[in-house]
Design a protein around this ligand. Sequence first.
Ligand SMILES: Cc1cc2nc3c(=O)[nH]c(=O)nc-3n(C[C@H](O)[C@H](O)[C@H](O)COP(=O)(O)OP(=O)(O)OC[C@H]3O[C@@H](n4cnc5c(N)ncnc54)[C@H](O)[C@@H]3O)c2cc1C
Length: 443
Amino acid sequence: MSHSVATQNWGRTNIRERAIDAFSREGFAKAVKDAASRDAHFLPYGNGRTYGDSCHNDDGLLLDSRGQNRILDLDLIHGWVRAESGLLLIDLLSRLSRSGWFVPVVPGTKFVTLGGMIGNDIHGKNHFHDGSIGNHVRKLALLRSDGEEVICSRDENADLFAATIGGMGLTGYILWAELDLMKAPSHLIMEEKVSFQSLDEILALTDEAERSNQYSVAWIDSLASGAKLGRGILITGNHASREQSQDADPRYGKPIVSVPLTPPVALVAGLPLRAFNEAYFWANGRKSGIHLAQPDSFFFPLDAVGAWNRLYGPYGLHQHQCALPLEAAPDAIRTMLEISQKAHQGSFLTVLKRFGEVPSPGLLSFPVPGYTLTLDFANKGAKTLELLGALDRIVLDAGGRVNPYKDSRMSAEVFRAGFANWRELEALRDPAMMSDFWRRVSQ
Ligand SMILES: Cc1cc2nc3c(=O)[nH]c(=O)nc-3n(C[C@H](O)[C@H](O)[C@H](O)COP(=O)(O)OP(=O)(O)OC[C@H]3O[C@@H](n4cnc5c(N)ncnc54)[C@H](O)[C@@H]3O)c2cc1C
């Protein structure tokens, strides 16, 4: 039975009551039949960790996958798992914690579902090494609104397979998926943090960091300017060996504290933002040497604080993530940092990663070889939208693209310029599926 719940996108730019229904095959078939006469649409929903509006469908119903979360098969000899799409990453990682296997690509939060990870073809801190999650999907079962269950892989219904990976829920409902796992003697990480003093320095450091590490990510102090523009902390790591981990148990915890209320103003702008950036740079810049880190602190540091997105105040945040080709990236990144500063809208969390050459099987997968810069801005209305529009133009001029699943405001022109093949997804879209994002950019 569908009911209305105030659902949010992670950016909290648009919180309102939305119709949502726990997914069941019977319920879905009935809802499709009832909706046919009203031209209503559906959208699969995972755990709502998408920043933008591609996980919402305000003119229809969300199909909540979280009740369908069983591990159906797990082969710890050859390293693969088959699970229902509502399985949370935290539960899969906990199940694998001492198995010698790891999930080959994880995002910056463990509170995502398997279906959501595939729907957005998520990438991690190891894209240059292992590609995106789509590179590790063996097959999946897709339920279409005509009632057909389609098994898709690179060899079977390959067009639907490609369209579903990064297809943002538009090709149908993923019932289950089979994923290759990655050998890892321990889930604990041998981590190193090193400070760098400028953008040029981090760009020069990246090659070397990637040669000797499986994971690499740079935090940038978005407020540092002049000769210090782009200074920050490079965080790298490899899975620990059994000896290095001293056989310690990996811990996958729930948040230690939670933000209970939304403050009336953003607490992560202005002076607090400057103080945070200074403190983070100096606290992490001290050479700590290579040390053992829990997976939670290495992969999912933000998960330690529940509902941290409330810190952005009542109007939420806009995340702007772009993918830039290698050669054009340095100038574009420099200009993006400069214009954010000139607009007096420093980004709270600014992250720079490298995208590697491993092509995803996904039709609309976001990564392209080069760099990806992620900026988080407190939403200050028209002023922020103007800045985001200017950032979009820099990205397109550099031959790059803006991430659709982090966005809730890009124009159809910006989207289409970055994803020239979008009509191929439209052609394979399940006619009953629609999202707010797709309505905005495809019609
Ligand atoms: C703190 C934080 C850090 C993050 N770090 C990263 C990162 O490093 N890299 C990255 O790529 N992303 C990152 N993200 C974004 C996040 O990983 C993705 O948005 C992820 O896809 C969300 O998964 P979800 O289960 O919450 O799905 P939702 O947000 O609910 O849905 C995601 C998409 O998948 C579709 N979908 C969900 N379930 C199904 C299903 N059963 N069948 C078909 N389609 C389905 C939905 O329709 C929607 O389009 C981060 C988000 C947060 C909050």
